[in-house]
Every structure is written in C-alpha cells, then in structure tokens.
Design a protein around this ligand. Sequence first.
Ligand code: SF4
Length: 486
Amino acid sequence: MHANLQSIMPQVIATWCEQEGHEVTMICYTGQEDLSKALPQGINLVFISAFTQAALLAYALSNFFRSQGAVTVLGGPHARCYPDDAVQYFDYVFGFTNKKTITELLNDCTARPLGGKYITASSQPGSFCGVEERWKFIEPTLKKAPLLKIVPMLGSVGCPYTCPFCIDSTVPYQPLDFQVIKKDLQFLLSKFKKPWVAWHDPNFGIRFDENMEAIATAAPPKSFHFIAESSLSVLTEKHLKVLRDNGFAALLPGIESWYELGNKSRTSHMSGEQKVKQVSEHVRLLFDYIPYIQTNFVLGLDSDEGSEPFELTKRFIDKSPNAFPGYSLLTAFGEAAPLNLEYQKAGRVLPFPFHFLNNHLAMNVKPRNYNWIDFYDKVIDLTAYSFSAKALYRRFKNTPDLTSRWMNFMRAISSEGYGRLRFYRQVRKHLVEDRSFRSYFEGETNRLPAFYSNIIKKDLGVWYQWLPQGAIAHNPNAYLQKQRAQ
Ligand code: SF4
C-alpha cells in the first residue's frame, strides 16, 4: 500500500500482540522496499494483511516464511473474499478479527502443513486501539510518504446501506467510541502542526452530528485537514458548512452509475440525463465548501447498455470540470458481496489471477450488454476524454486550491490516468489480434494468456520462485459452490 493509504488493522494487531507480551516488527510494503532486506529474520509468527491484488505476493511470502519454520496468518480483504483459496497457502486465515481471536491464536499457533484453518469472529470489533497506542507502528510508515503525511483513523465500521456490490453491505454499522476519537485527534496535534487525517470508514457521514462533535470538541476549528468517503445523500448544504468549518479538505462520494445504485445519492427515482444534471449541481455545491472532490464510478454494470452511460459520464465531466473522476471496472471479489453469487450462477465470473483484481487491470465479470472489444473501446474513449489536454486544462483552471491542482495533475499523468489508458489499449489490441487471448475473456479456455503471466513474473521478481505451485489459478465459483454445499 502507498504509505498514505496504510491500513489500520495491521497496526491494531501489532499492538494487541505487544500487549500480549510479544516482540513485534511491522512493515508496510509500499512496493518500493527490498523485501529480502526489510523482512526480519528468525520470527515465529507472521501476519500478512493483503488486498486481493497482493495475494500472490502474500502467498509467496507465506511459503518462504513457512520454509523458515514460521507459522503464517493471512488477514485483510483477500482473506475475507477468498478464504477457501487462502487456506491452501497459510496456516491460518482470519475473517472478522478481534482481540480474543488473536489472543487465542497467540496461545496456540501450531503449524498446519496439511491445510490451514479459517477463523472468524461473529462480527467486526466494536473498539480498536487508538492512534496513540498505534503510533509506534504508524510513524515509520508515514516516514515513507513523500510530502503529505496522512494518518488513518476510523469513526465506524460497517454501513447501513445495502449496495449489493459492496463488501460492507452485509456488515452492520457500528459507530466507534467518540471519546477515543477525540483523544486521538488531540494526540495528533502533539505530532503535527495541522495534521492530515483520512477517515477509513466505509461511509463517514452516517453518524454525522456525533462525528462532527468529536472533531469540534477536540480542538479549535480548522486544526486538521480531513479526507473522507461519504455518500452524496449525506452531503447536504447544512452538513457541508459543518464539514468546511471542521477542516474537511477532500471528499470521495460514489456516483457509481447513471441508472442504478442511486439509493446512496438520493437519486434512485431518476436516471440518465436527469441524474447527470442533478449530480453535477450537487457536486458544484460541494466545491463551494470542499476544495478536493473525487467522484467514483463503476464501469460495466448490468444496468449499462450502449454508448449512453459512457456519454453521460462525459457530460458529467463537462459539467463538473473540477471533480476528479475515479473509475473502477466491475469486479466480483469472491465472497465479498451478495451480488457475486448472481454473477457466478450466470457463469459470468472469469478466472483472472488475483494479481489483476484491483478494479482496473482486469474486469473479471463478463459484461452483460457489451462484447469485450466494444466495452474496451468505450472505456478507452472515456478514459482518454477524462484525461485529455482539454479536460486537464479545465480541471486546472477550475481548481483554485494549489494542492488540489497538483494532485489532479499528478494523478492524471501517473499510472492512474495515462498508465491505465496505455494498458487498456494493449488489452484491446490483444483482444482483436489474438484469438486465444479473446477466448480467455470469453470463458472458453482457462489457459492464461502469456501477456498476463509475464506481468506476474515481472512484478513478483525474486519472490516468483516462492509462489506455490498452482497458486496463480483459483476457482472463480468457489462462493457459489460453498453456498450450494451448505
Ligand atoms: S454506501 Fe458505500 S459503504 Fe455503504 S454499502 Fe454502499 S458502497 Fe458500501
């Protein structure tokens, strides 16, 4: 993970392990470190937290550590999404994790070479270690961040909304202790003049008044810069005024699609043109109060058909030139969301290796209303439009805040803008020119095109040799098969 996106849970587990009397080293791998030098020697127990995109590296590291006699544990999003795959490569795989499950493991963590064990608590914890307790694990990672140093915090877990594609849609909403939040914020003021804090809540704005009160009573107004994800429906003008007064500098509302999922943005009764107009006006209002807005879209949803959804997004970009557009290709992450069962039942989930499941390198759900070449044409066209010289100029001109301008520009010219465009064009070229490549996308063969296996080899580098045999492949329908067996 980028240092500024460091996860909270590994820090919490490191703290719990220390509280139990263990000696702990924590490393946040940002992709820059030489892991063969950074990893500690002679350890007994290794926890790895990984998103699915990093699963193959995690599997290789587990294999390496097991060869050294250590017991290995996987947690984090990949463990929640693909537990049955992960137990083949780890001694233990954790779903919901709390102090009790960790303590029990620490007291009995024998190696399980014949098959790992899946352990999960009944729910997410209702409390976590605060920033002060985690600081010794936060600080070394922040040192790796270039200019801005962003501290991760949580005000809640779960979400009351039920967007069927989302991992949090089935997790009950639980606010965390506001006194702890207040104490954490006060602690940060002892470390930074004006701290940057990213709220990692799935949906920050739910208990709006309580969260704002905790912030307002922690320190005088504008003592912090905050970043948060929130549904548009929560971002009313009244709330925006409070957010501005409390120092919110960036918000990431989800728009997802022009045709469905509008329950989050209070636009479920409208679609198409009407929604573009309404959401653009809402986003314009956000900019009256908040300097940086990223609007998130999912491409390839079943409700999308023909050119219209892509053209509507382009109209949105015209109408909201200062909002940074974040695009995700529809991806079914194993057991993450109820909707994945429907995709699996329809035989639409493709076995793209985990390495490519990061919402843009591969779309592992066959689109319902597009053929692949048509779909990639439209994605390329939209991405090119979003990061064209004209769009960049308009974004620059309409963004008075200097930090926001700089962030928009860097994101556009980095792997996120131009890099993705280059990659999509390569994929489209292979789809046209290589029959076997196309067959993989059509689900006619499981033989992974060399284009993808070469990327895995290159990205894993020296760790590729530690990748267990067969680990590149996984069962894309494991969730459905498990449900049927139950
Ligand atoms: S509002 Fe956001 S966090 Fe909540 S279920 Fe929907 S997508 Fe997930």
